[in-house]
Design a protein around this ligand. Structure first.
Ligand code: ADP
Ligand code: 5GP
Length: 202
């Protein structure tokens, strides 16, 4: 079986990190694509596990050397990107790869990998819930919270650009929807990602 790419995307706070961690714990064949970023490390994050935390100078230098599959300036002048070396490392292990990237990054990976990639949009029930989740995570200042909510409004309009949607209202339901979708994609070779339908939304 050739390795596949499973790309989770969503507005910040929708729950993609939570769902991606759950899938990594549940499906052995998956490995996480650790992105490079210039944003400061949070207290619960580990360099090389959650992200490769690098300086803006190093990020720029690596763009110039063509080392990224894709990258974006996502928030506040901070860049995030997928390194070619990271995908090579995981492909060499024979793993399928799961990504947590913003909507532009997800579209970019899909353009490059086509049917080898499945893009999954994680949808929050509404903006108010998104705000509450971001606040409960205690990672944002009032300024960065507003920034993320403003961007979320535009990102929510992109839902139809992806292969499928998981509604993350009740977490247990979202986990089982995500698991079903990803297992189908990894283990049913006849499945065409374009034909997957929205799960968890009536
Ligand atoms: P993202 O990676 O999309 O920014 P996170 O996975 O960090 O989002 O989730 C944002 C916050 O919301 C976290 O504190 C997480 O524990 C919480 N959360 C995620 N899903 C749910 C849910 N279904 N119900 C309530 N809280 C949730
Ligand atoms: P956070 O700062 O909350 O960890 O992430 C901010 C946003 O950057 C999230 O939407 C996350 O998915 C996105 N992101 C993380 N890594 C990458 C990456 O490699 N490429 C792109 N395009 N976005 C990323």
């Amino acid at each position: 079986m050739s390795p596949k790419l499973v790309v989770f995307t969503a507005p910040s706070g929708a729950g993609k990190t939570t769902l991606v961690h759950y899938l990594l714990q549940t499906i052995d064949a998956l490995a996480f694509s650790v992105s490079a970023t210039t944003r400061p490390r949070r207290s619960n994050e580990t360099d090389g596990i959650d992200y490769y935390f690098i300086s803006k100078e190093e990020f720029r230098d690596r763009i110039d050397k063509g080392e990224f599959v894709e990258w974006q300036e996502v928030y506040d002048g901070n860049c995030y990107g997928t390194l070619k070396s990271e995908l090579d490392r995981l492909f060499a292990q024979g793993k399928s790869i799961i990504f947590d990237v913003d909507v532009e990054g997800a579209k970019n990976i899909k353009r490059q990998y086509g049917k080898q990639a499945l893009t999954v949009f994680v949808k929050p029930p509404n903006i108010e819930t998104l705000r509450e989740r971001l606040q409960s995570r205690h990672t944002e200042t009032e300024h960065t919270l507003q920034q993320r909510l403003q961007k979320a409004i535009k990102e929510l309009a992109c839902e139809n650009d992806f292969d499928t949607t998981v509604l993350n209202d009740q977490l247990d339901k979202a986990k089982s929807s995500a698991l079903e979708i990803v297992q189908d994609f990894l283990y049913c070779p006849t499945n065409n990602p374009q034909k997957l339908h929205t799960v968890g939304i009536d």
